[in-house]
Design a protein around this ligand. Sequence first.
Ligand code: CTP
Ligand SMILES: C[C@](O)(CO)[C@H](O)COP(=O)(O)O
Length: 246
Amino acid sequence: MYKSYYVSVIIAAAGMSNRMGSKINKQFIDIDNKPILVHTLNKFEQSPYVDEIILISKEQEVEYCRKEIVRKYGFKKIKKIIRGGKERQDSIYNGILALDEKCNIVLTHDGARPFVRKENIEDGIKGVIEYGACVIGVPVKDTIKAIDDENEVHHTPKRSMLWAAQTPQCFWKRLLQEGYEYAIDEGIVGTDDSSLVEKVGHKVKMIMGNYDNIKITTPEDLIIAESLLKVDEDLKVKQKIFLKTK
Ligand SMILES: Nc1ccn([C@@H]2O[C@H](COP(=O)(O)OP(=O)(O)OP(=O)(O)O)[C@@H](O)[C@H]2O)c(=O)n1
Ligand SMILES: C[C@](O)(CO)[C@H](O)COP(=O)(O)O
């Protein structure tokens, strides 16, 4: 369907895992007997719309990723393993510099979001073709308060206008590059890729994702992750029983 496009995915896996407090990079922790990062990479490897994956890793983990992730699990679409930088933004920028010259659509994704669905990947690519830039996200469920330096509530934004941004975040390559170059020139640091593209003045469309596309950040997220996998397994068993009885 998208054969005239070359879709690259940058997977950021070079963080410090400070909030997880784990001795090893949180992305190497097993859930359902496989590292979190392997679950994430599988989703993109299996998408027929993805042409290449650029994996961003800490310098001292590049060899580990090559042997224990790429070779061991037989990933074919991972074309390069690139070292990350201090912030997520620096890591993604290193990935942008390493993209194949044929690339015209880029999806950025957190290695720590293993529950991305194939529909999110497809919706993201469609979103780029239609709008130029889009982010997968979900409407927030809590009431959000903006606070001041004294921790006093400054104001309460209207909840119906608030969405939580997830990844994948998806762009024409030239828009993403423009956003990142502008951020470097102006010294802007954002917590996601979209915010940099927004700063240049480009419109970014928000696309409905799923509440289970969590970013594994703190220890309790591991418990949630195991439960989500169990729900997945239960569903598969139910589907098999359903198909057998049909
Ligand atoms: N310099 C960095 C920082 C983050 N990431 C990646 O970006 C994703 C989202 O970041 P986050 O969940 O915040 O991971 P960490 O930075 O590792 O977490 P913490 O802030 O708790 O240290 C993760 O997959 C992480 O590995 C990265 O590639 N390079
Ligand atoms: C990109 C992101 O996952 C969107 O929710 C998020 O902003 C990453 O932030 P973090 O500070 O690296 O957790």
